[in-house]
Design a protein around this ligand. Structure first.
Ligand SMILES: Nc1ncnc2c1ncn2[C@@H]1O[C@H](COP(=O)(O)OP(=O)(O)OP(=O)(O)O)[C@@H](O)[C@H]1O
Length: 319
């Protein structure tokens, strides 16, 4: 079984499906993730922001109370695919030993009037009953927003419901955290970007060179290794996402396993295995930056994405 399959099997074991009611088949997957920040390579700035706003308030509420601040709140992660938004959200839950509700918008959308809002409300209710809880809403841009030229009435209602739920959390100090994620923040409904809604909009960039080395070390740990020059691989994988690096290690593992089967004894992963799996592999984040550059330059996002333009300039992104 590959590492990926093992992880998937482990996750399935941890999964608890919550049925809301007999009539309503809407489900949300709830689990207690094992990942913590130690498993997330790099992203130190992002982790720091999350620690200050999500984790410390729960661990040291008295400090926050003294300053009139409370635990809970919401965070919106955006950036290129595969850079760890979902992984980070799971790690937040792991850090605070919270339940993790992974909300797929498709599963709450209903053709019946009012039912989608009802489903969303139920998820927040369940989260309160299972606190501390992290509600992770993936592809949150699909909720209303400008993706659909002809915005549906019920999209609007669902956005309004989410706004209500977020406002409710702000008022109640419930130890329920909402993390939204999107690869296409420019499609996001503008109401969700207003202050007091998703209070933190955080760019999750591709890992830097030293971070790529850390991710490679994390993904290779515990495996039979030859003499490796990981700084070299890290230097040659500019703009690779965490998922790209994971795939690279996966391919190198396959090569070493093939040799093992041929030779009949465990063969270590070599520098050549890693090097070979970088050949012809383009960083998947580059296409994202090309699109992001257009939107960040021309859309009416009030400089929200200046950080992306700065990143493109600083790192010389050429897609
Ligand atoms: N910083 C990181 N450290 C360790 N592993 C990472 C990191 N970033 C990504 N990965 C690996 O890549 C996989 C994919 O990452 P993840 O699903 O979190 O990306 P994402 O940003 O949510 O992508 P998408 O936008 O496509 O949903 C993770 O399961 C994890 O194994």
């Amino acid at each position: 079984m590959s590492e990926h399959d093992e992880l998937a099997a482990q996750r399935r074991k941890n999964l608890r499906l919550i049925h809301f009611s007999k009539e309503d088949q809407s489900l949300v997957e709830s689990e207690k993730p094992k990942e913590t920040f130690a498993d997330v390579g790099g992203l130190e700035e992002v982790k720091k922001k999350i620690r200050m706003n999500f984790i410390l308030p729960l661990k040291q509420p008295e400090v926050y109370a003294a300053y009139g601040k409370q635990a809970g709140g919401s965070l919106l992660l955006y950036g290129p695919p595969g850079c760890g938004k979902t992984f980070l959200a799971r790690a937040v839950a792991g850090e605070i030993d919270a339940n993790f509700f992974h909300v797929e918008l498709q599963s709450i959308l209903s053709m019946y009037s009012g039912q989608s809002e009802h489903n969303l409300h139920d998820i927040f209710e369940k989260a309160r009953e299972n606190k501390p809880c992290v509600i992770f809403i993936d592809e949150i841009d699909a909720l209303g927003g400008s993706r659909h030229q002809m915005r549906q009435h019920h999209d609007r209602m669902l956005v309004n419901q989410l706004l209500l739920e977020l406002d409710g959390l702000q008022a109640e100090n419930d130890n329920v955290f909402v993390i939204g994620a999107t690869n296409t923040p420019w499609y996001l409904d503008s109401a969700l970007r207003r202050p007091g809604r998703f209070n933190h909009l955080v760019f999750v960039p591709p890992p830097e060179e030293a971070e790529r080395q850390t991710i490679l070390e994390l993904k290779l740990s515990g495996k039979p290794l030859g003499s490796l020059n990981l700084p070299r691989i890290a230097a040659e994988t500019k703009f690779y996402s965490g998922a790209d690096l994971e795939q690279l290690v996966h391919d190198a593992v396959e090569s070493a396993m093939e040799r093992t089967f041929e030779k009949g004894e465990i063969q270590p992963i070599t520098q050549d295995d890693l090097k070979r799996s970088t050949k012809g592999r383009k960083a998947t984040t580059l296409d994202w930056f090309a699109t992001a550059k257009n939107y960040a330059t021309f859309s009416d996002v009030n400089g929200d994405y200046q950080i992306v333009l700065d990143y493109i300039k600083k790192h010389g992104v050429k897609s």
